[in-house]
Design a protein around this ligand. Structure first.
Ligand code: SF4
Length: 419
């Protein structure tokens, strides 16, 4: 049940807040951003008539804000806030007041706000920045940065075993009586090693189905583990070591910063003003193409009320579609052209060009191992870039049908360069 916003009654101890310097960053943020919009944003996620009164959503949101700003865990932000005057002042509570339990933060983040609320929060904050005259520039800068996954990359067998153990554990913890009804983790003998992945895949599928049968109305952490188990079982690229690579963070993927440096995690695609106010954010798996996020970032920025006259971005955004989109909106692109990206990238479905690493990634997740230019400058339009794949990997590839002819000496992918 959500109660109307409370007005705090300042206690005698609130005098201590005078010790917080006038130029403290939290004072400045508090002056500029009005967080009361959070109340309306989460209203629909609360039952109107039943349940205990909810902890003030704005207070929980401000705690999440501090958590992100100072990079602290749920437990640490509560511990730190308990003894930090500036944090407590920012929350709008009295120095002697108690704070919510850390578990309330994750509930609020996942069940009340949810991933979808990020855009709305961003739009509300950007609109306030515009109203307060903080956005003067009509130029938007787009780029991406990477975030590491919450776990290490695992081999397919580890992914399967880990997912199975996690699902088994969470079900038994919540329903101890079901332990005997669940299939037991198979002990793999030496002679099973060759088929270990298939045995474990079969076990995970069987375990998932049994849980759904025994607990048709499962929810919360059980649903989450069932969802992950299903995604792993249905992932065609898992055993080729190119699909899901972590049972903890199944959406994380390898991305490339250059052709020798990779990372395991996600990409954050960002649009911001010259005043460094972020106007749009899209999070994708690490392997995704920056240029494909362009329209979404631009539309989010425009929806927030920013007037855009110019976009500054790198070659990844130089695709024809993006340039045409800018032209149609009378936006000046400041984007260096990359001939491959500009000409529409790759034509065959599933192949992607990675401009940071300058290689092509195929549908099986393999990347080309070298490239060559075919044709001469004199021949003008007929020049092509040819990317070569490792034929040993193609021979063993589960997706080779229609892609690699048995006995072929090479597997290439050509892209015409239009001068
Ligand atoms: S056959 Fe080779 S190029 Fe084609 S999808 Fe498989 S690994 Fe990639």
């Amino acid at each position: 049940m959500l109660q109307p916003s409370k007005q705090m009654t300042a206690s005698f101890h609130a005098e201590l807040y005078k010790l917080i310097p006038e130029d403290h960053p939290l004072r400045k943020i508090n002056e500029i951003v009005d967080f009361t919009f959070i109340h309306d944003l989460v209203r629909s996620s609360y039952c109107e008539h039943y349940g205990r009164p909810a902890n003030e959503p704005e207070l929980l949101f401000r705690l999440l804000f501090l958590q992100v700003l100072y990079n602290l865990s749920d437990e640490r932000i509560i511990q730190e806030t308990q003894v930090n005057l500036a944090y407590k002042w920012f929350l709008g509570v009295n120095p002697e007041d108690n704070l919510p339990d850390p578990s309330q933060l994750s509930r609020f983040r996942n069940h009340r706000l949810g991933a979808g609320a990020v855009d709305e929060v961003l739009i509300s904050v950007v609109r306030q920045c515009i109203e307060k005259g903080l956005v003067k520039s009509k130029t938007i800068i787009m780029d991406s940065t990477h975030t590491l996954a919450a776990s290490q990359k695992q081999k397919p067998l580890e992914v399967l075993r880990d997912a199975a153990k996690r699902l088994f554990r969470v079900v038994v913890k919540k329903h101890p009586k079901l332990e005997k009804k669940l299939p037991k983790l198979p002990g793999l003998r030496k002679e099973d090693q060759e088929d270990a992945e298939k045995i474990m895949l079969q076990y995970l599928a069987n375990l998932g189905e049994t849980v759904e049968l025994l607990l048709p109305d499962h929810e919360g952490s059980i649903s989450e583990k069932v969802r992950i188990a299903k995604a792993i079982v249905e992932d065609e690229r898992l055993l080729a070591n190119k699909g899901i690579m972590s049972a903890i963070d199944p959406d994380a993927r390898f991305g490339w910063k250059s052709n020798t440096k990779s990372f395991f995690g996600y990409k954050e695609h960002i649009a911001m003003t010259e005043e460094e106010i972020i106007t749009a954010v899209e999070v994708t798996e690490g392997s995704s193409d920056d240029g494909k996020q362009f329209k979404e970032l631009l539309n989010q920025t425009l929806d927030a009320g920013i007037e855009v006259h110019e976009v500054i971005a790198d070659t990844a955004y130089s695709g024809k579609d993006n340039l045409e989109e800018m032209k149609s909106k009378q936006i000046q692109p400041v984007v260096p052209l990359n001939p491959i990206v500009h000409n529409g990238g790759l034509r065959q479905e599933g192949f992607e060009y990675n401009k940071d690493a300058d290689f092509v990634i195929c549908p099986a997740g393999q990347h080309s191992i070298r490239k060559a230019v075919q044709g001469s400058k004199q021949s003008g339009n007929s020049r092509s870039l040819v990317f070569y794949f490792d034929t040993e990997k193609c021979k063993a590839c589960p997706l080779k049908e229609g892609c690699f002819k048995p006995g072929a000496k090479s597997k290439t992918y050509s892209i015409r360069i239009v001068a």
